[in-house]
Design a protein. Structure first.
Length: 295
């Protein structure tokens, strides 16, 4: 059943390979638990009690609530699939609630920190691939998985544009600056991919596709040069991109499109629009605002 479900995600839901791998890992974790506690590998026979016990064990092992909720979401999706194809009559995960938690507030890099980093990167002898990783992530807001999977044919240096395949295999086009295009053009002069990885734009020194772990290490190293913030990940660059372009006047609907979000609520998580900025927008744009000096 697991193989059929994964094929369903790939061919019908058109999920990305990265997402399918995550779903597979979640189900394998549950299958291992089910085998250990129930003596069976057939998780289609699982009941609510087993799923609750699985959640309890994850909590006792100090697995983050966000990760537990993701695994629970995977189980809900899996059992809905079994319902759809008639393998079960009731989903054992249907009425099990997600764990409540307060999301940790992530602090983006400041514009000053990113400007300092950019100046250091461009003025000092740093690895050209690593420079590209930092600048592409920050200037476009793409995810690290999207960076690793960026195809050569999707990079239009002359047209200053990238085509990115995001979650759900949805494609989007992202404009890039002339400076970033020049940096990517310089990278092409040293790019030496192995034959099987020629379709990827970015390859490591061995000519192979970049790994997400490598990208994380690079970002962490460079952000450490300019900040003492605890969070120094590729996601923070994505968060910083969204915050900075919104702070500088970009429309949130356009930021949503660039980030590849399906809902505006998802974009708002990455932005930092405060009440003073909202007041400024109101006073500049609302037809009745001219009668008021300030809100």
């Amino acid at each position: 059943m697991l193989d059929k479900y994964l094929e369903y995600l790939q061919f019908e839901k058109r999920y990305s390979p990265h997402t399918i791998t995550s779903y597979k890992k979640d189900l394998e974790d549950f299958s291992h638990f089910y085998s250990k506690t129930e003596g069976s590998d057939d998780i289609s026979k699982a009941d609510k009690k087993v799923i609750r016990n699985f959640i309890v064990e994850l909590s006792e092992n100090n697995i983050a609530k966000r990760s537990i909720n993701r695994k629970l979401s995977t189980l809900r999706s899996f059992y809905l699939f079994l319902l759809k194809i008639g393998e079960i009559k009731v989903s054992p995960a249907e009425s099990i609630p997600s764990l409540k938690f307060y999301a940790e507030k992530q602090i983006p890099m400041s514009q000053e920190e990113m400007q300092t980093l950019s100046e250091r990167i461009l003025s000092e002898q740093h690895d050209l691939l690593e420079k590209c990783i930092i600048e592409v992530l920050y200037q476009t807001g793409i995810r690290k998985a999207e960076l690793c999977g960026l195809m050569f044919e999707y990079v239009d240096i002359g047209g200053n544009e990238l085509k990115v395949i995001g979650k759900g295999n949805k494609e989007r086009f992202i404009p890039i600056s002339e400076d970033l295009s020049d940096l990517l053009r310089s990278y092409l002069e040293i790019r030496k991919p192995e034959t099987e990885y020629k379709s990827y734009f970015f390859v490591n020194k061995k000519g192979k596709k970049l790994s997400e772990k490598f990208v994380y290490v690079v970002v962490n190293k460079y952000l450490s040069l300019v900040t003492s913030k605890e969070k120094r990940s590729p996601h923070i660059l994505r968060h910083s991109f969204a915050t900075h372009v919104l702070d500088n006047g970009a429309e949130i609907s356009k930021v949503k499109k660039i980030l590849g979000h399906s809902s505006l609520a998802s974009t708002q998580v990455y932005t930092n629009a405060n009440i003073e900025q909202l007041k400024k927008v109101f006073n500049q744009a609302h037809p009745r605002a001219s009668k008021k000096e300030e809100l």
